[in-house]
Write a protein that binds this ligand. Structure first.
Ligand code: FMN
Length: 356
């Protein structure tokens, strides 16, 4: 590896990235009743673009008014005021020479129904997470098993939100298939115990993700990006391996590799950790079965870790380090000693105290 690989360009479809570093999607819970984020949250995204990141992700944006919202203050990108508000942010990000990518999110069983206008909690199977909701200190409600109407309605929410992103000028959209949220719930036998064509075998459990990707891909122009994020861990019941073993995980990545996706983003808690009892990391296992561009995230905090992460991926994403340190990219460039931040420190994300 050359010394400057991290700051070398990368061709992502028709886009030339100026370096290999992106700002990971981070929910800020700042939106008002119109589902539009606070101005300082918008400013944060533009500022991080100005610090030199090649890609800036939005927070996870919920896809409908029925059941997708799992946290207070999440944003939507469906109405004209929402689209108009995001258009300005997108321009700011692009004017700084970065790509603006919108992430789409549906919480599924990770629900707090009271924050949803329709107050519903739906999931592949009526099984709640074991862990209590950390925000309410209450058990998660038992979700309704999604029927055929719910499935098509939810897919339509992803499609309409993707259209909103395109109307706002985003360079691409990402489908959030990670962290134990709805799409991840369908993929994993831990949360999907359906006996119809959306459950059972791995092919059955993959069907929902496939239908979402296919439907969304039809509204993404050829010169824009479609990305899918995946993880083997969920925000609740974090210790559970969502995929049974290396084979199951690699079969899913191989299926994603056949989809009309421009990149796959692998989210880990710590990118260095070996996965599924093998001596390989999640990125290395993904690379074995995927020839699309790969993004990797998880405890990439200094130059050494970022360079190591690029051994099995093309782009590194940073969450907490870029959230809490506005000079992170400069610090990386100058090879400063930068310790990782903790999840507790990242709770400042839900306040107005972030240093822009
Ligand atoms: C405050 C906060 C909010 C987050 N929100 C999202 C989100 O909306 N969508 C998502 O895919 N990941 C989300 N994440 C996870 C990050 O994108 C990233 O995967 C994780 O923080 C690990 O990377 P890090 O070690 O660099 O922080 C969030 C993380 C933090 C700290």
């Amino acid at each position: 590896m050359t010394d400057d690989l991290l700051f070398s360009t990368f061709q992502l479809k028709n886009f030339t990235l100026k370096n290999r570093i992106g700002i990971a999607p981070m929910t800020r819970m700042s939106s008002d009743a119109r589902s539009i984020p606070r101005q300082d949250v918008f400013d944060f995204l533009v500022r991080r673009a100005e610090t030199g990141a090649a890609i800036v992700y939005t927070e996870g944006i919920v896809t409908d008014y029925e059941s997708s919202q799992g946290y207070p203050g999440q944003s939507r990108l469906l109405t004209k005021p929402q689209i108009d508000a995001w258009r300005e942010v997108v321009k700011g990000i692009q004017n700084a020479g970065s790509l603006a990518i919108m992430q789409m999110f549906h919480c599924g069983r990770m629900a707090w129904p009271e924050v949803n206008p329709a107050q519903r909690s739906i999931a592949p199977s009526p099984i709640p997470p074991t862990q209590d909701n950390p925000l309410t200190q209450q058990p998660y409600p038992i979700p309704e098993e999604m029927d055929a109407f719910d499935i098509s309605h939810v897919i339509n929410g992803f499609v309409e939100t993707a259209k909103g992103a395109i109307a706002a000028g985003f360079d691409g959209v990402e489908i959030h298939g990670a962290h134990g949220y709805l799409i991840n719930q369908f993929l994993s036998s831990y949360s999907n115990q359906r006996t119809d064509m959306y459950g059972g075998s791995l092919a059955g459990r993959y069907r929902f993700a496939h239908e979402v990707i296919q439907a969304v891909s039809k509204v993404i122009p050829k010169d824009k990006l479609l990305i899918f994020r995946i993880s083997n861990w969920g925000i609740a019941d974090m210790e559970v391996s969502l995929f049974a073993d290396q084979n199951e995980y690699q079969e899913i990545i191989a299926k994603l590799n056949q989809e009309p996706l421009d990149a796959i983003s692998v989210s880990t808690y710590d990118f260095k950790e070996k996965a599924f009892g093998t001596d390989k990391t999640m990125a290395a296992l993904s690379r074995e079965v995927c020839d699309k561009p790969l993004m990797i995230c998880g405890k990439i905090h200094d130059r050494g870790s970022a360079e190591e992460a690029l051994l099995h991926a093309d782009i590194v994403l940073s969450g907490k380090s870029t959230l809490l340190n506005p000079n992170w990219l400069t610090d990386i460039k100058t090879n400063k000693n930068i310790p990782p931040f903790t999840s507790d420190q990242a709770n400042v994300a839900y306040t107005t105290e972030i240093i822009l």
